[in-house]
Design a protein around this ligand. Structure first.
Ligand code: SF4
Ligand code: SF4
Length: 142
């Protein structure tokens, strides 16, 4: 049975230079779509990935990630935009990895398409008006 999940991975500095995602694909036969990957100044990293594959492989892959000291969370979808606060500046569209926030031409309107949102929270930090709100429903993956 194919299984698919949006995951947030937090890498310790020791794992940042390891070919973790390549191993998930090669060793565990999983499909990984990297939506965002960042390395922070103190050398920790984070990535938002969509993983799919056989459930058994998914579990093995998860076990491998934890063995590398990576914190794995599944991502919920409780993000909303406060339309009163949003002043359509477009800053969020530059950071949104999924295209959920995008500019619609020719009106140049900033659209929030909730069904494409992975709840990665990158727009929350980027928005100068604090219009993007997250309900915290991350959960550790079983
Ligand atoms: S949380 Fe924000 S940046 Fe992340 S996918 Fe959703 S709309 Fe885009
Ligand atoms: S960054 Fe904030 S204010 Fe600007 S368009 Fe996006 S949600 Fe609206």
């Amino acid at each position: 049975m194919t299984y698919s999940k949006m995951l947030s991975l937090r890498f310790p500095p020791s794992a940042v230079n390891e070919p973790i995602i390549a191993n998930l694909i090669r060793k565990f036969d999983l499909n990984c779509n990297i939506l965002k990957a960042i390395i922070y100044p103190r050398k920790e990293g984070m990535a938002v990935i969509e993983v799919s594959g056989h459930r058994k492989n998914f579990r093995k892959g998860l076990h491998y990630l934890r063995g590398q000291g990576i914190k794995v969370e599944s991502i919920g979808e409780d993000i909303k935009r406060d339309e009163e606060k949003c002043f359509q500046c477009g800053a969020c569209t530059a950071v949104c990895p999924t295209g959920a926030l995008h500019i619609q031409r020719p009106a140049m309107e900033v659209i929030f398409q909730k069904d494409r949102c992975s709840a990665c929270e990158l727009c929350v930090v980027a928005c100068p008006a604090r219009a993007m709100e997250v309900r915290f429903n991350r959960s550790l993956v079983e």
